[in-house]
Design a binder for this molecule. Structure first.
Ligand code: PLP
Length: 493
């Protein structure tokens, strides 16, 4: 039989050349070259302890709190455990179970098991369990003071699944553009690259605590439309990743008006809505502002169990709320959800606990709120301490984290180092981060993975290392940076 010229005999059918080029062009720095090297170093330390200048790798590249020993919320784990091994709720076992589990965890497990007829291993409705979507709607109503409807809620595998689905339905062809903040969380550029659509970048204002400038939105939109891009949507991440900035309510209102005026669908990524460390800019949802203004703007808002004080990243729970979306499009979104059958059940159950936690008077209320508060206060202290450390160093400046889990310091890299990176064909910030990793074991993400004003260099670090190890973590980083600067500053003279 003649061999196909694009598939010579013996070659793999599926190769880098033959695969979907849209996947090949996707970039996702949060799990890019530096974290991959970090994994190699971790393996090396395991195989040959003492072989590196540090005892362990500190993964500050990703907002994954339990990887850095954040303790899971007890109530959430108790309910999950009871639901997974529901024999513990059988009449012949329940007395023993009562000795081990609080009454409200048992009641919650029984209630939520009833939603799925006892079968946590069965598919649920594609949009997610109806009663949990009702709990989400009640949570939104209580948060915002405006009505919300379960029929507009869709539970998903983390916020990532929700964002991908919404971008999927928005992009009808390669001429479609979606406005994204720079710096941005690379889920957006990666998904747009995958869908063969255009990312239309607008810049957040570093010198104004990363607020969003309507003038820059106008500029970015005008330039893209002049190039013939069909700009359809605007993404806002609030609180910001990687910036840690929180938008003021006035700024949010301006953005809603901008989307109305320019006929853009608004995508509000609000996964860090409870990670707020500023008194001046408390979290205000886009949904609340859209409702207060009576705006017709088409809005999708996203939330997740991965962030906040829940930190259950691996359970993959999240949701989107769709507001003012055309009924027929809602039908198509349901069809898309149906194709992937349903979001995973434990993720849905964790969403339920996030939006409907133990209430005053419940057996677990005191413990739940104490655990939540301890995590929150600790994150707040760590955010402040790390920003102070960055700001105490030469060639480095950093806005405080008003929210989220990250700092995004600006580094003035010495020209001699920038030239060295160019000679090696590398991005200077990526090389700086790689050197940091090799010297200290601290794994962060270069600013080029999120986008930055050309000619500026940043990196993103989480402030998630455990508090008792935080001083060592900061000392390790400071030692590296001071040594780096003195070495290259010297070589410039
Ligand atoms: C801004 C933002 N949106 C969405 C996500 C995705 O979160 P999830 O784990 O819910 O998919 C992340 C994760 O870091 C994020 O930072």
């Amino acid at each position: 039989m003649a061999s196909n010229s694009s598939n010579p005999a013996g070659a793999k059918v599926l190769s880098l050349e033959t695969m979907n080029p849209r996947v090949r062009v996707m970039e996702y720095a949060v799990r890019g070259a530096i974290p991959i090297r970090a994994e190699e170093l971790t393996a090396q330390l395991k195989a040959q302890p003492g072989s590196l200048p540090f005892a362990k790798v500190t993964p500050c590249n990703i907002g994954n709190p339990q990887q850095l020993k954040q303790k899971p919320l007890t109530f959430l784990r108790q309910v999950s455990a009871l639901m997974e091994y529901s024999e513990l709720l059988a009449p012949e076992r329940i007395e023993q179970t009562r000795a081990l589990f609080p009454e409200d965890a048992i009641a919650r497990a029984q209630r939520n098991l009833a939603f799925v007829d006892g079968a946590v291993g069965a598919y649920t409705q594609s949009l997610g369990i109806a009663e949990i979507r009702e709990d989400v709607a009640r949570f939104i109503e209580k948060r915002d003071g405006f009505p919300a409807s379960a029929s507009n809620i869709c539970l998903t595998a983390g916020a990532s699944g929700a964002v991908e689905r919404v971008l999927d339905i928005l992009v009808s062809g390669p001429e479609v553009g979606v406005m994204i903040p720079i710096p941005q969380y690379p889920l957006y550029t990666a998904t747009l690259a995958h869908l063969d659509a255009q990312a239309v970048p607008y810049y957040l204002q570093e010198e104004h605590d990363w607020q969003l400038s309507i003038a820059d939105l106008d500029r970015a939109l005008g330039e893209a439309r002049a190039r013939g891009v069909d700009v359809r949507a605007l993404v806002v991440i609030n609180p910001g990743n990687p910036t840690g900035g929180c938008l003021t309510e006035a700024n949010i209102e301006e953005v809603v008006r901008f989307c109305e005026r320019e006929r853009l669908v608004l995508l509000a990524d609000e996964v860090y809505q409870t990670n707020i460390y500023t008194e001046t800019n408390p979290f205000v949802s886009f949904k609340k502002v859209v409702s207060r203004l009576g705006s017709p703007v088409e809005l999708f808002s996203f939330h997740s169990i991965s962030k906040g004080m829940i930190g259950e990243c691996g359970r993959r729970g999240g949701y989107y709320e769709a507001v003012n979306i055309d009924d027929q499009v809602m039908g198509q979104l349901l069809k898309l959800a149906s194709v992937s059958l349903c979001p995973n059940v434990q993720g849905q159950m964790a969403v339920d606990i996030m939006v409907n936690p133990p209430q005053p008077g419940d057996a677990s209320h005191a413990q739940y709120t104490a655990e939540l508060d301890a995590i929150y206060q600790s994150m707040r202290r760590r955010a402040k301490k790390l920003a102070e450390a960055f700001n105490s160093l030469p060639n480095m400046s950093c806005n405080d984290a008003q929210g989220a889990m990250y700092l995004f310091p600006k580094v003035e890299l010495p020209q001699a180092f920038v030239d060295e990176a160019a000679a090696l064909g590398q991005q200077p910030d990526a090389l700086y981060c790689m050197r940091m990793l090799e010297a200290t074991g601290i794994s962060v993400v270069p600013g080029s993975g999120f986008g930055q004003v050309p000619g500026t260099f940043h990196f993103r670090s989480t402030f998630l290392p455990p508090e008792e190890l935080f001083d060592d973590f900061i000392a390790g980083f400071k030692g590296f940076h001071l040594d780096f600067i003195s070495r290259y500053a010297g070589s410039q003279q």
